[in-house]
Design a protein around this ligand. Structure first.
Ligand code: FNR
Length: 365
């Protein structure tokens, strides 16, 4: 049966990011896609870490500075020499065709519109080539779920290099899927293909659950895999899913060009700390040697500010961008980032930080 989902293409009026989830749930359930919505929203076990991810931002406060002559906020920044109009980027999310018929093509266009960065997942519903062609040379990264089969890894990475991606994200926290009860209850199976797998693998994912998909991934990931990927691609490699300062140090020693602090939005290990709670200790050992990307639980401009003030260089957004995609396609994705930019600009001006560098030196209490 053909899977049908949103075809909307328009800007979305947003009061706050939190309210988008309920709107999307109503629409997806009405289209008969309750299981797909559950996959997109869900997290592991009791979803304690999911809740902690957002609540943890309330345990720190921003100490505002005044009388600093700041009449506007400059959000521009960069990573690996790539200029960005905002520190808010998109986190790699699998199977975006569940949320919108155009899938990752629209997300890529939306991120291009706001002058930011798009990353395509190994398990995307469009190919790395299609996502790259959708935007005229706008920067994109490729997220790798490493396979047990090195020939397949090289095949995938070759495709990514040829498509012109600027970096590889090695996701290290998902050697198997977390226990997500919503998927268990709905017996969720992917109704659409994972196109990057299609031309090589024995399965394109259709009719498979997350445990079967991750079954083909390399469970025994090791530090040496970082250098392997660098040798294959000659591109910078970011390691995603870092929560421990020791892992951050070891990854840098093993050649990592960037550290991506994340707990996968609470979808993997429930009972782990909020991602924001581990960020300062990781930033303290990284000592600005490589850039730090942060994600998990970010829903407010204030959260973006606090993450930057705690050592992050860029802040990535997962689910809310998918809600924007469902509600309005590429324009909906752009609306989500524009709204967060708006909140961040207000926070910056009220906190007395004129640019991203000043945000990074703002005191948190
Ligand atoms: C993800 N995430 C993810 N990460 C990754 O490296 N590769 C992937 O394919 C996916 N797929 C994926 C699917 C869905 C539906 C979600 C919600 C998330 C994790 C993602 O990159 C990011 O770490 C979290 O989404 C960040 O948390 P928030 O912003 O959703 O709270």
């Amino acid at each position: 049966m053909t899977y049908l989902t949103s075809t909307d293409e328009h800007a979305v009026e947003i009061v706050n990011l939190k309210s988008l989830e309920a709107l999307v749930k109503e629409r997806m359930v009405a289209q008969g896609n309750r299981g797909a919505f559950g996959y997109l929203r869900g997290a592991a076990e009791d979803e304690w870490t999911l809740r902690e991810n957002t609540e943890s931002f309330n345990r720190k406060t921003i100490v505002p500075r005044v009388l600093r002559g700041i009449d506007s906020a400059d959000l521009s920044t960069s990573i690996f020499g790539i200029p960005l109009k905002t520190p808010i980027i998109q986190a790699p999310v699998a199977a975006q065709g569940l949320a919108h018929m155009e899938g990752e093509v629209d997300t890529a266009k939306g991120m291009e519109k706001v002058g930011s960065l798009f990353s395509i997942s190994t398990y995307g519903s469009t190919t790395v080539e299609e996502a790259a062609e959708a935007v005229n040379g706008a920067p994109q990264f490729f997220q790798l779920y490493m396979s047990k089969d090195d020939e397949f890894n090289q095949y995938l990475l070759n495709k990514a290099v040829k498509a012109g991606v600027k970096a590889i994200i090695l996701t290290a926290d998902s050697t198997l899927g977390g226990y997500r009860e919503e998927d268990v209850v709905s017996k969720f199976q992917f109704p659409i293909p994972m196109k990057n797998l299609e031309s090589y693998s024995v399965t394109d994912g259709v009719g498979k659950g997350i445990f079967e998909i991750f079954g083909a991934a390399k469970q025994g990931l090791v530090l040496d895999d970082i250098q392997k990927i660098k040798n294959w691609t000659n591109l910078p490699v970011l390691v995603k899913g870092i929560q421990s300062p020791i892992d951050a140090l070891e990854a840098i020693t093993a050649g990592a060009d960037g550290i991506w602090v994340s707990n996968h939005g609470g979808r993997q290990l429930d009972g782990g700390p909020a991602s924001f709670d581990v960020l300062p200790a990781i930033a303290a050992v990284v000592k600005k040697r490589v850039p730090i990307v942060f994600d998990s639980g970010v829903r407010r401009g204030e959260h973006v500010f606090k993450a930057l003030a705690s050592g992050a260089d860029l802040v990535a957004i997962g689910r809310p961008i998918i809600w924007g995609l469902n509600l309005g396609g590429a324009d909906g994705v752009a609306s989500v980032v524009e709204h967060l930019n708006h909140e961040l600009s207000i926070t910056m001006q009220l906190a007395g930080a004129k640019d991203i560098e000043s945000v990074k030196t703002t005191e948190l209490l």
